[in-house]
Ligand binder design. Structure first.
Ligand code: FAD
Ligand code: DLZ
Length: 512
């Protein structure tokens, strides 16, 4: 055998250039289910069903297309349980001249593959992953010339590079960005289309049974699993989003109606991150909807900005900044992940609803991630890497390259301003404006102290008091810090004391 081509669980893309460059007569594919990936953080059952079922379907599709696919299932008797130990077993058995893999989505996995190949003295070739629109070398070049990273700069560069919504070097509608049109609070009575329901075949059901038995004590229930595990299912989800949800995606992008897990979001992240869908076709679909008059520019541009802008940007940042990035903790946050992040039990309606989504679906939409759970972690001072590990455990769409910059960078500001220019710190008043939670919540967002005070509000002021020296050099924080300086000593003392109470195991945070 010439090349042994390793396909990882998040690389299920049959149209990849890397596969096209191989010869099915001389090269073979290897896919490994390994227990370590399911247990290094105790993963949600939806995440496990998603990966194992999608991998097994992809194996069968490759075999049908004429590929030799060597495959090890997680409960195979000979399976050694980790990439570091399983890959050497296959190299010993198959004796390839080289092992080839697309850039993995996780620095830790890349190191494991490198060590495994070195132990067997076989070269490992890591090739570009053409699922992504921005090759890593191009990103490095873009990054090299800049002091600070600004999404808008990267996004415009990508729009020009890909010639998307452009007329020459100018945006075709005269505006780069419709962000300001995409922040409407929720309007009561707005009806939300339901997501497609997938019929799962025997193979997927078999995986569910295996996950129930083998990972019984992991969070989540397989009975509520509803994600696509094949390309055909992913394409159905894409089509349903483009026709039914995209037109309203922009308007309610930041809205949080209670009891609505998906609002008008696409819920395409897991299909994208496993590469069942390509970034190019998802962006292309949205652009086609605009051209056909199916969706307005504000919605389409807003969606394109997420996929072409944010998604590509955080991936670039991950690979340029790793491995040092994982250890950053600019605000010296050391609090353990609170119990409520595992149980969802709290009187805070916002946290309870977001956690319900996470525990039921392995999903929460962006604003719940950033401005409810992320905000709560930031204000409590939760250890940012521990929060990232929690995220990797509970979200079906989490891959290291995307979770780490979003959790540690965007939501916790632990990178000191690489992903975002300032901490996303806010009081409960932000949540009141953008959600329906506060209507049924016993806490008052306007109140800083006292039994009825919204914990987000108390903790916001406490956060600024604790971090004012660290944030003093940040010009974008000037206004917020000025307000802190206006607090009287007695007020500041009362806030700090109330915040300490909230952090007790019996406090609203449920820290234990
Ligand atoms: P939509 O709202 O419909 O957005 C469309 C697509 O844009 C998404 O599917 C996603 O591919 C992309 N996108 C949007 N924002 C981002 C972003 N900030 N970074 C990367 N891609 C983006 N996204 C993940 O895919 N995996 C994660 O593990 C993840 N962790 C996050 C953690 C935190 C704390 C935050 C604030 C954001 C995180 N995101 C993550 C980004 C974003 O929240 C999710 O992509 C989105 O909520 C997924 O739901 P959706 O498919 O319905 O997205
Ligand atoms: C998340 C996950 C799980 C649960 N299981 C596997 C697996 O058995 N085999 C595999 O190749 N990948 C798995 N993954 C994804 C990895 O944890 C990791 O995100 C990717 O390998 C990064 O490219």
């Amino acid at each position: 055998m010439r090349n042994l081509f390793v396909v990882l669980g998040d690389q299920l893309d049959a149209a990849s250039q890397a596969l096209a460059e191989l010869d099915p007569r001389r090269d073979a594919v290897l896919m490994m289910e390994v227990d370590e990936e399911a247990t290094y953080v105790k993963q949600h059952k939806h995440r496990l069903v998603l990966f194992f079922a999608a991998m097994r379907h992809f194996r069968d599709a490759l075999r049908d297309a004429g590929w030799t696919v060597h495959y090890t299932e997680v409960d195979d008797r000979l399976n050694r349980g980790s990439f570091a130990r399983e890959l050497p077993r296959w190299i010993g058995k198959l004796r390839p001249s080289a092992v080839r893999v697309r850039q993995p989505g996780d620095h830790r996995v890349l190191r494991s593959l490198e060590e495994a190949c070195a132990s067997r003295k076989v070269p490992l070739e890591v090739v570009e992953d053409d699922h992504f629109l921005c090759p890593l070398d191009a990103f490095r070049e873009w990054r090299a010339g800049r002091k600070v990273i600004v999404l808008e700069h990267f996004y415009r560069w990508m729009r020009r590079r890909e010639d998307i919504l452009m007329e020459g070097s100018k945006p075709e509608t005269g505006r780069w960005n419709y962000d300001a049109d995409n922040r409407s609070p929720w309007k009561k009575g707005t009806s939300i289309p339901t997501l497609p329901v997938h019929r799962y075949d025997a193979l997927t059901k078999q995986v569910m049974t295996m996950v129930d038995a083998r990972y019984a004590d992991h969070p989540g229930e397989t009975s509520t699993f509803s994600l696509p595990v094949t390309r055909a299912q992913a394409l159905r989800d894409l089509e349903a989003f483009l026709t039914e949800r995209l037109p309203t995606f922009g308007v309610y992008q930041d809205a949080m109606p209670e009891g609505e897990p998906f609002v008008f979001h696409s819920r395409l992240s897991s299909a994208l991150n496993l590469h069942l869908l390509s970034a190019r076709e998802v962006v292309g679909g949205a652009l086609a909807a605009y051209r056909d008059g199916g969706a307005p520019i504000a919605a389409v541009e807003g969606f394109v900005r997420q996929v072409l802008g944010w998604r590509e940007l955080v991936r670039g940042i991950y690979w340029v900044e790793m491995p040092a990035y994982a250890g950053l903790n600019a605000l010296d946050a050391r609090v353990p992940v609170p119990d409520v992040f595992w149980t969802g039990e709290t009187e805070m309606r916002c946290v309870a609803d977001a956690m319900k989504n996470v525990l039921t679906h392995g999903y929460a939409h962006h604003i719940q991630r950033l401005m409810v759970l992320g905000l709560y972690g930031l204000l409590l001072g939760v250890d940012p890497y521990a929060l990232h590990e929690w995220h990797m455990a509970l979200y079906a769409d989490a891959i290291d390259w995307v979770s780490l910059p979003n959790v540690l960078g965007m939501s916790q500001y632990a990178d000191g301003g690489i992903v975002g220019t300032k901490p996303y710190a806010a009081t409960g008043k932000y949540i009141k404006r953008m959600s329906t939670y506060c209507k049924t919540c016993r806490f008052r967002p306007e109140q800083r102290v006292g039994d009825d005070a919204c914990p987000m509000t108390t903790l916001y002021w406490d956060f600024l008091l604790r971090n004012r020296k660290r944030l003093a050099g940040n010009t974008r924080m000037r206004m917020q810090l000025k307000n802190v300086e206006r607090l009287k000593d007695a007020e500041a003392k009362a806030i700090r004391a109330h915040a300490r109470k909230l952090r007790q195991p019996s406090g609203a945070s449920g820290l234990a």
